[in-house]
Design a protein around this ligand. Sequence first.
Ligand code: DSN
Length: 412
Amino acid sequence: MDAISRQDPIVGKILKNEMKRQQENLIMIASENYVSPAVLEAQGCIMTNKYAEGYPGKRFYQGCGNYDKVESLAISRAKKLFGAEHVNVQPHSGSQANMCVYFAALKPGDRILSMRLDQGGHLTHGLKSNFSGRAYRCAFYGVSKKTETIDYDEVMRIAKKFRPKLIVCGASSYPRIIDFRRFRRIADKCGAMLMADIAHIAGLVVGGVHPNPVSYCDFVTTTTHKTLRGGRGAIIMCRKKYADAIDRAVFPGTQGGPLMHEIAAKAVAFGEAMSPKFRLYQKNIVRNARILAIALLGSGIRLISRGTDNHLMAADVSGFGIDGKKAAAILEEAGIVVNKNQIPFDRLPPTRTSGIRIGTPAITSRGMGPKEMILIASWIKRVLMRPGNKNLRVMIKKEVKKLCARFPIYSK
Ligand code: DSN
């Protein structure tokens, strides 16, 4: 950051402040994480200087030898990590990865069945105002009102009636294990292809603490920067028979020059994800989430589906007489950063919501464990119970800062 500060002190100051924010707060947005210094370095590396349209060995510009090497390495590492037949590492984002699968598998107007956004799904799974909802006919499944978990029999009923060409499973705010085998059975019963979007749980899958969808699915997409803790972007995995269609959908179908510095960062992160340390990290994310959930439940906070199996939980804050927007705002004042999130059967719009989503990947990356989870749960409860008490939040923020100082994010 020294070069930035010297040349452009205004941006330099903003970045310094952001470093302070990330260091001094408890980042509990379930989709965020701290990349390693090596991944960070790769994302700012000289590979940002080059165009490399095409694929290894088939580029459109000269000078791509090193780019071929790094992209091939990222591909082979990703294949090994997930056991995938084919991997494309070029998607700039999760949304683009999903778009590429739809382009490869569907024609405009074809039918997609996916999880409702307000019950845990994602914008690109068919929201009306998203390209997915505009280009395709979408129907949705949700969770059971009683258990707040996916009702697979209901998914089967909807699938048989709707006859989708593609079923999408995977979610952005679902705290339970997803049964990919059952989704495969449902897809087979109605002759659909199956795609899993594992953006949130990819790290858990690699770490062996969530089932791997790859053998059940035609396509699997994931971002690389959430629990996987890699360079920002995404990858697509698919069966060999779809390899050409997927590669063409990425380039030239929807993207031009790949972000080769990001691909270098993906390669570095996939290398890290192969280590036993990474497996332990994933176990710790889940253990921390369970402990936090038990502590929150114990203090009377209602969690969707009464707990979690993965890295996140969704809390209903309506019992405190506030909405999710207010809850997220007052928690941030206390140094605890989460996001407002709709909960199943929410009566409030996405701009307000009745819930918040809480995740443990980033605080686990800092090395926090069970003791810290108990402490954090007590702070969350106290802030939510007394939304009018600003002094309390100032006091807790000081405690949060002290705790965070014991767990530096970039110490070396
Ligand atoms: N924005 C991401 C999340 O927070 O889950 C999903 O794309």
